[in-house]
Design a protein around this ligand. Structure first.
Ligand code: NIG
Ligand code: FE
Length: 416
C-alpha cells in the first residue's frame, strides 16, 4: 500500500481538526498553521499530522515514501472553481485587436469573441479537442491546481455542446484530479439564432438539457447574464429549467454592466456568482443572506482592463470571497492560481492569508468539494502543494512571477 510521509515541514498551513465549510469576513484572515511539522498520507488521504517535536517515528517502512520538506511550506492544493479549458485554438488575433483599441464588446458585436471560439470548436473533432484540453489540464496541475470546474459554452448547438461535455467527461475519467462539469449553453446566442433568441433558449431548454441529463454529462448549469447575451429574466428561466434536470445553478454576473444577475442567481439558489465587476451595495446585502459564494475572476478583469470587483468591501461586510482563474481563450488565458492569488493581494488588497483561503477552501465550497479538499484535515484528500524553500507563505503572492511550487501531490502521490 502506497504511503507518503512529509517531514521537517517548515510550515503546514490551513490545519483544522474540524474544518469549516467556508470562511467569511474576518475569518478569512485566519490560517491555522503548525511550524516544523510532519504529515502522513495513506490510501490517498491525509492520515495524520503533528509537530516534529512529537513525531512518533516510523515503525513500518513497507511501501513508504518519505519527503524531507526542510525550509518548505506545505498547503492544500489550489481548487479552481471557474474555467473554460475545453476550447480549440486561441484568440491571439483579438488580443492584438484590443491592444489597437477595440473593446471586448466591439469584437463580440463583429461576430468575434465567444463566437470566434464557437466556430473553431465546431470545426475541431472530439479527439483534437480532448488532446488540446488535456495539455491545459496538465499545465494547471503542475501549477498546483488539484480540482477544477470546466464549462461548456463554445458549442452552442446540441451536437457541439455535447461534444464539449464529453471531452470534459474524458478529462474527468483520466482520474488525475476531480473535475466538475458545467453546462453553459447560454454563453452567447449563436449566429444562426441571431434574430431568434427565443428559439435558441427553447433549444437549450427542450433539447440540450434533456440530452445532457440522459448522458449525465453535467453537475451545474451556468448563464452569462449580460447586456447583448442573456437578461435577468432569461437567466432565471434557463437556471430554473436546469434545476429540473438535476443541475445546480451558478452564473456569470455583473461583468460588463449591472444586469441584476446576482439578484436573479441568488434567488435561484446559485452555489456561486462569478465576475462581479459591477456588483452594487444592494447586491452585497443580498449575498449576506444567501449561501452563494461570490467569486472574483481577477485574470479576466486584468486581461480586459475592467473595473475591479469590490472584493475587499465584501470581506469587510462579512461575506466569503473566492478567487478562481476563469482560464479561457478570450478573457483570461491563464489558469495559474498562484498568479490569481498575487492579483488578489496586489489589486484587491487581500492579505496573503485571505488570498490563500480564497483559492483553496472557498473555491472548494464553490464546487461542492469543501469536505474533500481545501484544508489540511484528517480524511480529506492528500492533494497538496509543497513549495520551494521560501521565507514565509507571503512569498507566494509576493513573488508574483516566480514558480515557487516544488512538488504537487495528488491523492498522496507525487505528480510533479
Ligand atoms: O468568463 N464572460 C463570459 N465568458 C467568459 C469569456 C469567454 C470568452 O471570451 O471566450 C468569461 O470571461
Ligand atoms: Fe467564465
Amino acid at each position: 500500500m502506497q504511503k507518503l510521509l512529509l517531514k521537517n515541514i517548515k510550515n503546514l498551513l490551513s490545519v483544522y481538526e474540524n474544518a469549516p465549510q467556508k470562511l467569511s469576513g474576518k475569518e478569512m484572515g485566519q490560517l491555522p498553521c503548525i511550524e516544523n511539522a510532519w504529515l502522513a498520507c495513506e490510501k490517498g488521504l491525509i492520515a495524520d499530522y503533528g509537530s516534529m517535536d512529537d513525531f512518533p517515528g516510523i515503525t513500518d517502512w513497507k511501501g513508504l515514501e518519505v519527503i524531507d520538506c526542510a525550509g518548505k511550506i506545505v498547503m492544500p492544493g489550489f481548487v479552481d472553481s471557474h474555467t473554460h479549458i475545453v476550447y480549440a485554438g486561441n484568440r491571439e488575433q483579438e488580443f492584438v485587436d484590443r491592444i489597437k483599441g477595440l473593446s471586448y464588446e466591439e469584437i463580440f458585436k463583429r461576430g468575434g469573441g465567444i463566437l470566434n471560439s464557437v466556430e473553431k470548436l465546431r470545426n475541431a473533432s472530439e479527439d483534437e479537442l480532448f488532446e488540446q484540453s488535456k495539455e491545459r489540464l496538465k499545465e494547471i496541475i503542475s501549477q498546483g491546481t488539484v480540482a477544477v470546474e470546466i464549462k461548456s459554452g463554445y458549442g452552442l448547438n446540441v451536437e457541439s455542446e455535447l461534444k464539449m461535455l464529453r471531452v470534459i467527461r474524458r478529462l474527468k475519467d483520466l482520474e488525475w484530479i476531480p473535475v466538475k462539469a458545467t453546462f453553459l449553453g447560454a454563453h452567447a446566442v449563436p449566429s444562426e439564432y441571431k434574430d431568434n433568441k427565443k428559439g435558441y433558449i427553447d433549444l437549450i431548454i427542450k433539447e440540450m438539457l434533456p440530452a445532457i441529463e440522459k448522458e449525465q454529462l453535467a453537475q451545474y448549469i451556468d448563464v452569462f447574464c449580460e447586456k447583448n447575451y442573456f437578461d435577468a429574466e432569461e437567466t432565471r428561466s434557463i437556471l430554473e429549467a436546469g434545476k429540473k434536470h438535476g443541475l445546480i445553478p451558478r452564473a456569470h454576473v455583473e461583468q460588463l454592466s449591472h444586469s441584476n444577475g446576482i439578484k436573479t442567481a441568488v434567488a435561484c439558489g446559485a452555489i456561486s456568482v462569478d465576475h462581479l465587476e459591477f456588483c452594487s451595495d444592494a447586491d452585497i446585502e443580498l449575498l449576506k443572506n444567501s449561501a452563494t459564494m461570490p467569486t472574483v475572476l481577477p485574470g479576466a478583469a486584468f486581461f480586459l482592463n475592467l473595473p475591479l470587483p469590490p472584493a475587499r468591501k465584501m470581506i469587510d461586510a462579512g461575506l466569503p470571497v473566492a478567487f478562481a482563474s476563469d482560464y479561457n481563450p478570450g478573457s483570461s488565458p491563464s489558469g495559474n492560481m498562484k498568479l490569481m492569488m498575487s492579483m488578489a493581494c496586489i489589486q484587491y488588497k487581500l492579505t496573503p492569508e485571505e488570498a490563500i483561503n480564497a483559492v483553496t477552501l472557498n473555491t472548494a465550497y464553490a464546487m461542492g468539494l469543501q469536505n474533500e479538499l481545501g484544508t489540511i484535515t484528517i480524511g480529506k484528500k492528500a492533494s497538496l502543494i509543497i513549495t520551494k524553500e521560501i521565507n514565509s507563505f507571503g512569498a507566494l503572492p509576493y513573488a508574483f512571477g516566480s514558480d515557487l511550487i516544488d512538488k504537487v501531490i495528488l491523492n498522496g502521490k507525487v505528480w510533479k
